[in-house]
Design a protein around this ligand. Sequence first.
Ligand SMILES: [Zn+2]
Length: 311
Amino acid sequence: MHKTAAILFWIFSFVITVHASDPVDKNKVQKQPLKRVVIDAGHGGSAGAAGKFYGASGKRMEEKDVALAIALKLQATINAEMPDIDVIMTRTTDEFNSPIVKANKANAAKGELFISIHCNDVNAIRHSEIVGYTTKTVKKKGKKTTKKVPEYRYWTSPNPASGTETYIWGVGKTKDKEEALMENNFSDTAILVINQNENPAMKMINSLRTQEFAHRSRRLAEAVEEEFVKSGRLSRGAKQRDEKGIWVLQAVAMPAILVEVGFLSNPEEEEFITSEDGQQKTADVIVRALKRYRFSLEAQQSNGKSAEIKK
Ligand SMILES: [Zn+2]
């Protein structure tokens, strides 16, 4: 080979090799940033021994039924408008599953995003007023005396609390999320041979992934609430519930949000979220936020500037 040709060939193959092994370029071509979304209709089934998971009750419908109706509409809308996304449902009927079973389902399906649908409720406001007095005879040290005793009327009125809110797991629960990642994401790799929990490199990777997931969850939660406002709903904001946490959000090894779609205890809001139209509008809001979320992941991937953590 001619000397110049040999040098050119050498440079050419060097460039090819570098390109072939460049993971960013590979991602650009091959990786779709959001392929599998898990939708979780909150609660389900009959109360029984599992009463604590039963959820809120409105005058027209119960939370488990509203959550399922909206979750099914959300599934149908994603299928129609984002057909390249696989939707995994934690339930499609009125069945009871503990949050543990639901989280396991989401993790086994290798979901890349978890969206849980719930409804809020608050206790009615209690009122009382004195409507009259009765006299009571009491004996005190052998002496009979009469005493005036007030009579009360008690009643309740609906609590006016209303609006939507979207939760992510609390920062105080980050350890749990890291554990969920430890247990779920690397189970099929050789790395498992080493005791994961003792491996500082794995700890570091999972802590970075947890940070990235927290960031993504917050971004989606904020988009959902912004879209609710655009649709004319009242938003109570994107929040985290720190002390109590939300178990299922910590237990899934993926970004996760919980959408409280409205208050069943508010008659006007109950009418909206129990109507076909209101349920579809709610699903549409979440899909619009989901499109913005996916777009931001694609942008993040193609500019390659953020610490995109591969899954
Ligand atoms: Zn609930």
